[in-house]
Design a protein around this ligand. Structure first.
Ligand code: GDP
Length: 430
């Protein structure tokens, strides 16, 4: 059975923790899109880890971790991450890298930096991981597939062509030194040695795993609002963040994905620029939630920069779940809200004098104002509670109100960063 674990919002919803928890019963965990531009924070018996490239199954014994063809693979970062987790006592995970995955090259990162510098104040707030230049090259058909590292003549020709295309821009627009194709070739040869032991026809491997009835988790990065088609374009990422893309980015039939768990945090957070309707505008109020949020505050796992925070947004989340095709919702980081007397929840948007519950396109979204309803808080610490019935009545009220607004079942409730802090609503778990 294939399950997708994906973000219903802007990312940082706690997908890593949900995957890490569910990986205990899984055979395979697959990354299918994105690169080292976002991070999952995972806390378990080995300690606290920020993963950027490794699938979250790396901590679970017997799990095969697949880097699917849809990923933007930064080879040195993957190697560094593997080294780090092993040096901290985690057994060397079983890693398979798709022979069709493409490589993030140093010049992708350079172009990302140059472009952010050129845009200055109007920049996208890129993490400068080279993701947009990488996917641009992939679709312009000048990307480098891992399999091509083994065909030296072909690769050399390709690198000369890439430099011929990129150097005029680098020299004349960005005023930087030109790329040297021979130096890039040597870099590619180093990359080849690093990835060689892990390269697999992962589509064939997954097809076999499906036939054998294995449990496979597809692990999404970021969330619906960052999808290039359905998100807040252009403040989006460059690969699809939707469960549907899991089929493409992993190389499996779409109908095999039978469970789609949309992860949604009990309040909102976003990084970078872009419309954020339910944002808390009072800086003191925002800082309080930011400080208490997540595990150790709402600060980016990759960049360390403070995240923007807001109240739960039912309009964005319902849309987020719909586009993911959620069969289940995992409602996370609920424990953080225990300090509030009242909790505002955004139930609608006012756009040009009209109230709507539908998520608008970006230009209209930028004019949207939130319509809030206030729910009573539960004023207690819910960490450590393991059954739904033991949650305070107001806390259950909050969950059920939001579930009603979403129209999707909240099956999992996460009340702490730890792997065990997960309440299953048994009446809902399929
Ligand atoms: P991801 O990219 O969706 O995996 O999210 P991040 O890892 O960037 O952010 C989620 C943060 O919330 C991490 O610091 C997690 O350790 C933390 N976290 C996840 N679930 C919970 C929870 O239920 N309660 C608390 N307090 N923190 C959580």
């Amino acid at each position: 059975m294939v399950k997708a674990i994906v973000g219903a919002n802007w990312g940082d919803e706690g997908k890593g923790k949900v995957t890490d928890t569910l990986a205990a019963d899984a055979d395979v965990v697959v990354r299918f899109q994105g690169g080292a531009n976002a991070g999952h924070t995972i806390k378990n018996e080995y300690g606290k880890f920020a993963l950027h490239t490794c699938p979250s199954g790396v901590f679970s014994k017997g799990v095969v971790n697949v880097i699917g063809n849809g990923v933007a693979l930064n080879i040195p970062i993957l190697m560094k991450e593997l080294e780090e987790i092993v040096s901290r006592g985690v057994p060397m995970p079983d890693i398979r890298i798709s022979d069709r995955v493409q490589i993030v090259m140093p010049y992708h990162i350079l172009f990302d930096e140059c472009e952010e510098e050129r845009l200055k104040g109007a920049a996208f707030g890129s993490t400068k991981s080279g993701i947009a230049p990488f996917y641009s090259d992939k679709y312009a058909k000048i990307g480098i597939q891992v399999s091509e590292l083994f065909d030296e003549h072909y690769l050399k020709d390709k690198l000369y062509n890439i430099c011929a295309l990129k150097n005029p821009m680098l020299q004349h627009l960005y005023h930087r030194e030109p790329l040297n194709p021979d130096a890039l070739f040597l870099t590619c040869m180093q990359y080849r040695e690093m990835v060689k032991p892990y390269i697999t026809d992962t589509a064939a491997f997954l097809s076999e795993a499906i036939k054998e009835g294995k449990t496979i988790l597809l692990e999404g990065q970021l969330g619906t609002m960052k999808d290039p088609d359905h998100g807040i374009y252009p403040m989006v990422t460059s690969s699809s963040t939707l469960a549907a893309y899991g089929a493409i980015g992993a190389g499996i039939p779409p109908y095999e994905i039978t469970q789609i768990i949309a992860v949604s945090k009990a309040y909102s957070s976003a990084v970078g620029a872009g419309a954020f309707v339910s944002e808390i505008l009072d800086e003191e109020e925002a800082e309080e939630l930011r400080r208490r949020g997540g595990d150790g505050g709402e600060y980016g796992a990759t960049t360390g920069r403070p995240r923007r925070v807001g109240w739960y947004d039912c309009v964005a989340s319902r849309y987020g779940c719909a586009l993911q095709g959620a069969t289940d919702v995992a409602f996370t980081v609920l424990d953080v809200l225990g300090y509030l007397d009242e909790i505002p929840v955004c139930v609608g948007y006012e756009v040009d004098g009209e109230i709507t519950r539908d998520f608008p396109t970006t230009r209209r979204l930028e004019r949207a104002k939130p319509v809030f309803e206030r729910l009573p808080g539960w004023k207690s610490d819910i960490r450590g509670i393991r059954s739904y019935e033991e949650l305070p009545a107001n806390c259950r009220g909050y969950i059920e109100f939001i579930e009603g607004q979403l129209g999707y079942p909240i099956t999992y409730v996460s009340n702490g960063p730890d792997r065990k802090a997960m309440i299953y609503r048994k009446d809902r778990v399929k």
